[in-house]
Ligand binder design. Sequence first.
Ligand SMILES: Cc1cc2nc3c(=O)[nH]c(=O)nc-3n(C[C@H](O)[C@H](O)[C@H](O)COP(=O)(O)OP(=O)(O)OC[C@H]3O[C@@H](n4cnc5c(N)ncnc54)[C@H](O)[C@@H]3O)c2cc1C
Length: 326
Amino acid sequence: MSTDTSTIVLIGHGMVGQRFLEALAERGLTGTHRVVVLCEEPRPAYDRVRLTSYFSGTSPEELSLTDRAFIEEHGIELYVGDPAVAVDREARAVTARSGLVVGYDVLVLATGSQPFVPPVPNKDAEGCFVYRTIEDLLAIEEYARRSTTGAVVGGGLLGLEAAGALKGLGLASHIVEFAPRLMPVQVDEGGGAALLRTIEEMGLSVHTGVGTQEIVVGDDGAVTGMRLSDGSELATDLVVFSAGVRPRDQLARDCGLSVGERGGIVVDEQCRTVCDPRVFAIGSARWPPTAGCTAWSRPVTNRRRRPWRRSPRTSRPSPERTCPPS
Ligand SMILES: Cc1cc2nc3c(=O)[nH]c(=O)nc-3n(C[C@H](O)[C@H](O)[C@H](O)COP(=O)(O)OP(=O)(O)OC[C@H]3O[C@@H](n4cnc5c(N)ncnc54)[C@H](O)[C@@H]3O)c2cc1C
């Protein structure tokens, strides 16, 4: 490859990262650019939305969203299991955990989100899990073999999915939800009551209106229960936190890009970061989440930076639209 070929570096090979690569290929840009992908997980992109189907027999390979042929055909340099650890925007270079340093002309951050784990005591104890990756599910499956009871913190859609999965693994399954009903964001009181009946009929135990105050551990440091905000203790061998997600924006913060008040890499309507015209953020790592719904796949062809359009209601850009001092 000639050294004057311009380089696109993609950090994160998740669902949106893979879609981005397909968009590059569709536009012929993999033929005209060097494309380098740093993938943190030990496997290329897969269908995270269908993650739970692993427990009903779908293999990790069947969940895969790409294959060697696509990567090779388009000459993509994919580094699996090698996350980016630093971005030097001045030198326009990304360093990976392995020590690999890749220069870029265009950098695309597709680092996704991570589960929010409430800061309760012993949240990292043996037997505590999150529900986000194939590796999380493999670890839960393994631990469930020596468990009889599991509890999920969070009664949202994903929490219910996780609790159903624990039941499917043969555990007595509990859901602990701080709000007075399950799926509080999606359903009203009546809907919550109907949902509760359905979930209980499926054999799951629901505890609403209580928070998790502490994960209780035994002498060996492994989970034995949860202390709840009403003073009760729920005996459990395994805990899955499913209390929402947060954008993975640490890399962006560390290299001085602007992030939203509640996290997320701030971009304009074309998914270009507001601080650096060469850096883009796509997928669930970006803020606002509606940015570039159709335009995110065009970052390379559209090099002209569009000025930030001010809302008619605000005469100045919000603090999120300004860049942190370097
Ligand atoms: C069980 C489950 C069910 C879901 N169901 C739905 C649904 O029904 N509908 C829906 O709209 N959404 C659903 N979602 C959410 C959906 O999966 C996400 O919105 C989607 O995956 C976002 O894609 P993404 O590429 O932005 O992020 P991700 O798919 O999270 O991918 C980001 C990737 O970046 C990697 N990464 C992070 N930091 C680095 C780094 N420094 N270097 C290299 N790589 C890095 C991560 O390891 C990850 O592989 C579900 C999620 C789960 C877990």
